[in-house]
Structures are given as C-alpha cells and as structure tokens.
Write a protein that binds this ligand. Structure first.
Ligand SMILES: Cc1cc2nc3c(=O)[nH]c(=O)nc-3n(C[C@H](O)[C@H](O)[C@H](O)COP(=O)(O)O)c2cc1C
Length: 340
C-alpha cells in the first residue's frame, strides 16, 4: 500500500502540511484527512470540539474550511488539477469535503503567491502600526472573500462606519459574558498549551496585556483564567509607564448568505483566502470572534450591520510584525491512507 510519503508523486505530505498551517479556533486543528489513492477526503474531528465556546460546531467546520482552502492552493501550486465537492454524502455528517485529483494544471502567479504565503501567515495579536490599510488592499481582501462565495465589509479604518461603535460595544459585552462563565474559562485554559503541537502557546500571545492596550476592539484574553503573569514580555509599555498609542485597526466582517454547514465551509475557505491575500500584501490579522459566539449578540451584530446574510468572522487587519508561530501536529496524527 502506498504510504503518505509516496502518495501523489510524493506531494501529498506537502499538501497536508500546508493544509494544517491553516488557522483554527484555539489552534484545535479539528480536521482529519483520508487519501484513497485518487481522492482526498476531509472530515471534522469532533474529539477536538469546544462544546462551551462552539456548541454548534460552526467554528470547527469553519476551521476545516480554512484547511481545505490551503489544501486546494497547495494542490494547484504543485500542478495537480482537482475538483471539490462539499458535503458529498449527506448521511455522513462528519465528511465535509472530497477533493478529486484530475490530471495536471498550470498554477497562475496569484496561486503561487498565496501558496508561498501559507507558512508566513500567523495570527498577529500585537498592536499594529499607525499606517492605515490602503483602498487597493481593502478591495483585494473583499475580492478574495467574494471569490470563495462569501461577502466582506469593512466596518472600521479609513472607511469609517457608524456601525463600528455599535460593534465594539457588542464585542465588549460578549467578552464580559464569556469571562463570567467558569465553563468557558476552564475550556479556554485547557487549550493554553506551551509544550504541545496544538493549542495556543504563550509565545503567540500579545507582548502587551489587554488592559494596557489603547484599543476599543476587545481582543480575547487567552489568560483570562490564570493568575500567572500575562503576555510574553510587556516590552512595549513606555518605561515611564506612559500609555501606549491609541490603536485604530481596520476591522472587517466576513459573512455568508446562509448559516448552515455548507455556508460555514464557504466562510472558512474565504477566511483563509482573505488571510493569505493579506499576507501577500504585507498585512497582519487577528480574529475577534467573541461576539459571534454569543447567539443573542451575533443576532444583534447582524441587525446592526443591516445585512441580509450572516456574519461569520470579525477580523482586525493592519501592518504588524511577523508573529511567533504556534505549532502543528505531525501529518500522521491527522491523516491516513485508506485504499481498497
Ligand atoms: C474560527 C476561528 C476563531 C478564532 N478566534 C480567535 C479569537 O477570538 N482571538 C484570537 O486571537 N485568535 C482567534 N483565532 C486564531 C486562532 O487562535 C489561531 O489561528 C490559532 O491559534 C493558530 O495560530 P496561527 O493562526 O498563528 O497559525 C481564531 C481562528 C479561527 C479559525
């Protein structure tokens, strides 16, 4: 039987490594891939669920969608033509997608740039530079989302929008509500991991604790449950204790028309394409998803935006620094070959 190393002319392992570099909620990497000799199937791994934060599995499926986009980009870059079917067998709920390899194809420059951005993309939780995101870059992000069947709208930044304040308040309410739930805190703490190939490590946290940041967009505090010193170093606070400059990140909402598992897969693929496009353009990003995790506040967010569709992701975007990377599991841990 052909092993993972030999499959697809030796390319399968590279495709899977690049797929696994996708962002995932709490770096839970909730995916499983199976190669059957001609097709790559993507399953969600429910053993990696976050039942408190994500009881419906929306963020888990979205994370799998992000890994799928990376796999598609990697296959294209390596010259493997392919077609994708989402939710190919309705009675097998955990089977999210099937990618059928079909001969060779020539990768365009755009795809090559996205593929090369995969290992460089990381979540940047530090304050961004004061530089604003130019209109061309914002348009490129919007087109990236639309290419995957999602919509994208800037709610803050240069294209300032009255909705921003409303969203900031909703985000802050969501953060307060989650932090007052001991079950949320316990789940979050269980994914704070420094020595393992999963979860969020200390080195990926911001160098400045949230309470010292001059930002009205509340980021998730991954150490909310701990008494240990927060942040990596705290080097960016002025020596005289002077406050940090006010942050004005561009903030965008990514959404879909519907809100079922198919839409969540669309959103995940769009998220990854948007993040890779941002990386190509020298931009950093950080999800701010607390508001999407409290159903009543997500509904209010939808209402505040006045959109027909459903918000799936809130992202802070700007010029930052290549951040420290969180680790990934070995390919053998999440992929297998099952032929015949
Ligand atoms: C659905 C989803 C929700 C996320 N929510 C947050 C969040 O609220 N705050 C945050 O800092 N990062 C968030 N992230 C980023 C993940 O924590 C990050 O992708 C993961 O830890 C792996 O790190 P990396 O992106 O640097 O590779 C989210 C990612 C996904 C896919």
């Amino acid at each position: 039987m052909t092993g993972l190393g030999e499959a697809l002319g030796g390319d399968l392992r590279t495709v899977l490594e690049l797929a696994a570099l996708a962002p995932s909620v709490h770096n839970s990497q909730p995916w499983r891939f199976v190669w059957d000799g001609a097709r790559l199937s993507l399953f969600e791994d429910r053993a990696r669920a976050l039942p408190v934060l994500d009881p419906t599995g929306r963020e888990r499926v979205l994370s799998c969608g992000a890994a799928l986009l990376n796999a598609r980009v990697a296959l294209s870059e390596l010259g493997h033509g392919h077609s994708v079917e989402l939710l190919p067998e309705p009675d097998r709920e955990d089977l999210l997608a099937r990618v059928t390899i079909s001969g060779s194809s020539e990768a365009g420059e755009d795809v090559r740039a996205l593929a090369q951005a995969i290992p460089r993309r990381t979540t940047d939780r530090d304050p961004f530079d004061a530089r604003s995101v130019p209109a061309e870059a914002r348009t490129a992000l919007r087109l990236a989302a639309e290419q995957e069947g999602a919509w994208l709208r800037f709610v803050s930044g240069d294209a300032a929008d009255a909705k921003a304040v409303e969203l900031q308040v909703l985000l802050s309410h969501a953060d307060d509500s989650q932090r007052s739930d001991p079950r949320y805190l316990a789940e979050l703490a269980s994914w704070r991991r420094d020595r393992e190939a999963e979860g969020v490590p200390t080195r990926a946290l911001p160098s400045v604790p949230a309470e010292l940041r001059a930002s009205t967009w509340v980021p998730r505090d991954f150490d909310a449950a701990s008494d240990s010193p927060k942040s990596r170093a705290g080097t960016q606070v002025g020596r005289d204790g002077s406050p940090l400059p006010a942050e004005h990140p561009a903030v965008l909402v990514l959404g879909t028309r519907g809100d079922d598992r198919h839409d969540w897969l669309v959103a995940g693929q769009a998220l990854s394409r948007v993040l890779l496009r941002a990386t190509v353009d020298g931009l950093s990003a950080q999800p701010l998803t607390q508001v999407l995790e409290v159903p009543v506040l997500r509904a209010r967010m939808r209402h505040a935006l006045g959109v027909q569709g459903h918000p799936q992701m809130l992202l802070r975007v700007g010029y930052g620094h290549t951040g420290p990377t969180s680790r990934r599991r070995a390919v053998e841990d999440f992929a297998s070959v099952e032929t015949g």
